[in-house]
Write a protein that binds this ligand. Structure first.
Ligand code: C5P
Length: 242
């Protein structure tokens, strides 16, 4: 597999086509070392972050595939590169929350760490210039982001992924607080087409409640990369046990 031209560059990844045109249904994701927060207002770069995220995401997507969830993941190609199925991304970020943190603290006026009685699914319109506003199903349908059926499907998939990941992380002595997913369409099906990394999840140690995710960067707390490294080590230890 050889990388072709660049198709898209985001804040944390670059997307490339493949050189061999027989594979125009696949693309290569390259994970960057850049870190951003607060709609790109806070920026930094940490050597090796992209490598850790590629490895973490590969393990988690592979786990979900083994549990019967369709994802874009095909295989890990190198330290920073992953081969994925090309999809038409639906411009909606789906957030699932188990515990109050981040933007929900002020929206609902609840203390960080409050347990939610049921998982909460939220939709955000993926549009940088509007700073990804929170929307509901009616907005999404009215401006043609997705159909009612697709929204239901995304919400069901997100809840199923939440169940699977919650248990997976619990076994690593971690609490899955919340996370963001994106979905894409390919031949009539909706599949998970995103990374699952500490850039896009909140994960707390079960006992100390210490964050192992990007909140360490957002809040300038513990060394952000040390948290990512620890998460990767816990995933690896579980793999060796299985
Ligand atoms: O900031 P907020 O509390 O709304 O974020 C909820 C979850 O979604 C967090 O895990 C965060 O890392 C993730 N997220 C993301 N990309 C965004 C917005 C939120 O990965 N653009």
């Amino acid at each position: 597999v050889t990388k072709g031209s660049i198709l898209y560059e985001g804040k944390a990844k670059k997307v490339y086509s493949l050189q061999n045109n027989n594979h125009d249904n696949q693309c290569v994701l390259e994970f960057k070392d850049d870190l951003t927060a607060f709609d790109g207002n806070l920026k930094d770069s940490r050597d090796g972050k992209g490598i850790l995220n590629n490895k973490i995401s590969s393990q988690l997507l592979n786990y979900l595939e083994n549990q019967g969830v369709s994802t874009h993941f095909i295989k890990c190609l190198s330290d920073r590169e992953m081969l994925v199925t090309k999809t038409k991304i639906i411009p909606i970020e789906v957030v699932v929350r188990n515990i109050v943190a981040g933007s929900l603290v002020n929206r609902l006026g609840l203390e960080k760490g409050t347990e939610l009685a049921y998982p909460v699914v939220e939709f955000y319109y993926k549009e940088d210039k509007l700073k990804d506003p929170l929307i509901n199903e009616h907005h999404a349908i009215a401006i043609n982001l997705a159909t009612s059926y697709q929204l239901k499907e995304m919400s069901n998939l997100a809840l199923r992924i939440n169940q699977l990941l919650k248990q997976y992380f619990y076994d690593l002595n971690l609490i899955l607080v919340d996370f963001k997913l994106e979905f894409g369409r390919v031949s009539g099906e909706i599949i998970l087409s995103d990374e699952i990394t500490p850039d896009t999840c909140r994960l707390w140690d079960k006992l100390t409640k210490e964050s192992l995710d990007k909140d360490n960067f957002r809040e300038n707390k513990r060394d952000v990369l040390a948290g990512y490294e620890e998460l990767y080590q816990r995933i690896q230890r579980r793999l060796e046990k299985d």
